[in-house]
Design a protein around this ligand. Structure first.
Ligand SMILES: CC(C)(COP(=O)(O)OP(=O)(O)OC[C@H]1O[C@@H](n2cnc3c(N)ncnc32)[C@H](O)[C@@H]1OP(=O)(O)O)[C@@H](O)C(=O)NCCC(=O)NCCS
Length: 173
C-alpha cells in the first residue's frame, strides 16, 4: 500500500536531471551496477536512445519530483528477444513506502499484457533484502548465485540471478 500519491509515466530525456540526482545517492548506485558521480549528459543520451530501441523506462513522480525509476532492457541476441533485463531504483527518502511495488506492478502489466515479455531477468546483491522481497512478491525466483560478480564499495560481492517467466503467455483464440 502506497504511503503517498504518485504518478507513473514513461521517462523522457527531460528526466535526465532527476535520474542523475537519484543515481547520485550511494544507497542507490551502490546497489545497482551504476557508478558514483553520474553524468546528466550520459543519462540524457540513454533516454533519447531508449525511445527507439525497444527498451522501456518508467518513472514515478511525487509532488512533481522524480522519486523512482524502473526499466526493461532488450537483449541484443535475436534468439533472446523473449527476455528483458530489469533494473529499478527508488530515492532513499521514498524507500519502504510502496513506491517500488507500485512501479513494479506498472512495469509487469506493460510486460505481460502489451509487450509479451516471456522472461524478465535481473541480478541483485545477495544482501539486498528489500529488493529480494519485492522481486519474490512479484513472482521472481532465484536461479543461481554469481560469485564475486560486482565491485561494491571496495569488495567483490555475490549476486542472485532471479527471473520471472510470463505466468500466462498470450494466445490468439
Ligand atoms: C529495492 C527497492 C527498489 C524497493 O522499492 P521500495 O519502494 O523501497 O519497496 P516497497 O516499499 O515497495 O517494499 C517492497 C517489499 O519489501 C518489503 N521490505 C521492505 N523492507 C524490507 C527489508 N529490510 N527486508 C525485507 N523486506 C523488506 C516490504 O515489506 C514490501 O513487501 P510487502 O508489500 O509484502 O510488505 C528500493 O528500496 C531501492 O531502490 N533500493 C536501492 C536501489 C536498489 O536496491 N535497487 C534494486 C537493485 S537490484
Amino acid at each position: 500500500m502506497l504511503d503517498f500519491p504518485i504518478s507513473i509515466r514513461r521517462a523522457t530525456p527531460e528526466d535526465a536531471s532527476g535520474l542523475t540526482a537519484l543515481m547520485s545517492e550511494e544507497a542507490v548506485h551502490g546497489n545497482l551496477l551504476q557508478l558514483p558521480h553520474p553524468s546528466e549528459a550520459t543519462w540524457r543520451e540513454r533516454l533519447e536512445a531508449k525511445s527507439s530501441n525497444g527498451d522501456v523506462q518508467l518513472v514515478a513522480l511525487a509532488k512533481g519530483q522524480l522519486v523512482a525509476m524502473a526499466g526493461l532492457h532488450a537483449n541484443p541476441h535475436i534468439r533472446r528477444r523473449h527476455a528483458m533485463h530489469l533494473g529499478m531504483a527508488v530515492t532513499v527518502p521514498a524507500q519502504g513506502k510502496g513506491v517500488g511495488s507500485a512501479l513494479m506492478a506498472a512495469l509487469i502489466d506493460y510486460a505481460d499484457r502489451w509487450v509479451a515479455v516471456m522472461r524478465i531477468e535481473l541480478t541483485v546483491f545477495t544482501d539486498n533484502e528489500r529488493a529480494i522481497a519485492l522481486y519474490r512478491k512479484f513472482g521472481f525466483v532465484q536461479e543461481g548465485i554469481f560469485r564475486a560478480y560486482g565491485l561494491r564499495d571496495g569488495r567483490y560481492q555475490d549476486v542472485l540471478a532471479m527471473a520471472r517467466l510470463h505466468p500466462s503467455p498470450p494466445r490468439w483464440d
